[in-house]
Design a protein around this ligand. Sequence first.
Ligand SMILES: Nc1nc2c(c(=O)[nH]1)N[C@H]1C(S)=C(S)[C@@H](COP(=O)(O)O)O[C@H]1N2
Ligand SMILES: [Mo]
Length: 539
Amino acid sequence: MSTRESRTRDGLAALAGLAAGAVTVGTGSLVALFTGAASDPINAVGATFVDATPLWLKEFATSTFGTDDKLVLGIGEVLVLALLAAVAGVLAARRWAWGATLVVLLAAVSGIAAMSRPDTGTLAAVPSVAAGVAGLVALRLLIDRLPRVPVPARRAPVAASVGPVDAARPIGAGQDDVWIAPAPGPDRRSFLQATAAAASLGVVAAFVGRAVGATARAARSARASLRLPAPAVTAAPVPAGEQVDAPGMEPWETPADDFYRIDTALVVPQLDPSTWELRVHGLVEQEITLTWDELLASELVEAWVTLCCVSNPVGGDLIGNQRWLGLPIREVLARAKPHADADMVLSKSSDGFTASTPIEALTDDRDALLAIGMDGEPLPIEHGFPVRMVVPGLYGYVSATKWVVDLEVTRFADKTSYWTDRGWSPHGPIKTQSRISVPRYDDPLKAGEIVVAGTSWAQHRGVTRVQVRVDSGPWVDVDLADDGGIDSWRQWSYRWQADPGRHTLLVRAYDPEGVQSGKRVDVVPNGAEGYDQVQVTVT
Ligand SMILES: Nc1nc2c(c(=O)[nH]1)N[C@H]1C(S)=C(S)[C@@H](COP(=O)(O)O)O[C@H]1N2
Ligand SMILES: [Mo]
């Protein structure tokens, strides 16, 4: 290759490196949406650099650039990275292993930087690893498309390039215009197109990743500085004896941190409450828009409600009890004045999830809330911050829309929702259920008195009675713990005089309409049925 030829080739390889670099950075930012901003390679390396900066340089930076010092650092980092990416491209074109090694080294440095941040763990390396892999793939694809550079062969001896049929040689061309036969395969244009495509993808991914990450931080800081207003109606006091005192028994009040989480969101929606609005429309006399400030200024109600997922299997734990703070939805609907023929409210989240709730459940006297608080705190972001629905007595998929932004008053005959479109029932009242929490399956037990205990629920109807059966013995009534209200679950316990041997324990609950169903029914399409059972060996 002539120097000119190799310089052109280096230039193109450097472009390939830059484009692959963009893909690398973009992948890192996107993956960091799942693992946290601190694990974004750009942030991790930048922050590590800041920490390692000697004081004099820091002072120089802040005195020279003031509050722009972070921006300057970011720009500097991107420039250094661009240079390294171009070098990786040039190296890879000469010898793949060299370029690849540089990419792997950079990914390793960023992965180690991310893991060593004070607020991260091993998982923080994931964006760097993903970025490195994406960068290698992009670099390889582009380097493979690198065109051979044709240059005029000044004094090409005719004999050297003459074959019987040489299609690449311009016929009748003069001596000076004779080209070395271009290599077959991709040409410069397709290389440039691929490079531009990779570069744009990378840049877009980087911007999307960082923009979404920034809103996430805005939502978190808004949540951190939010002071919940005092409720106008406080929750009924929790009775003293709501909790069965047995080792291993779950708390009556589920800690917010342990509360089950179910949603379709890959990336949790991050809403800024100051711009949050709820639109109420459809079959109403008066379309209304509720703002965050109006919601905060309303008369808020606090209530204990046990939320349950329709996918909770018999004995499962997709259920939790909490104290919610919010505005009764009936007050919002009253302002909008639904038409008499409306029978459903379709609620929608900011990320497009929908739930279809019977309108009676939202207009009768139950505590169906537009909730902003959980356990005396603003809703956790993954539980719907800033506003979600909570409706006593209905499974979450037909009622508990998190990150709610829209209520459409409509009819079951006209509209369907996210899960009803996927084969689940349009109506989802919570079924009366009970479970044995202690002892657990195969717990080793000693003969004598053993405390059997658990939880039962019949939201918005109330648990009236619970029975346990040992093996094929009679059903016996157990002690019900104090009642925290018909919308909350209720604990129970039974002092079992156990004989040695293998035993099966069964439980069943009653609501005012009778005993729960004992027939084993799958969770699809409207919730599991059947008695929970536990097998134990007593010695
Ligand atoms: N936006 C949104 N809200 C949603 C869902 C969802 O996927 N997206 N899932 C629903 C289901 S199926 C359940 S059981 C409850 C769970 O609420 P939690 O995650 O706060 O326990 O949220 C409901 N609200
Ligand atoms: Mo659910």
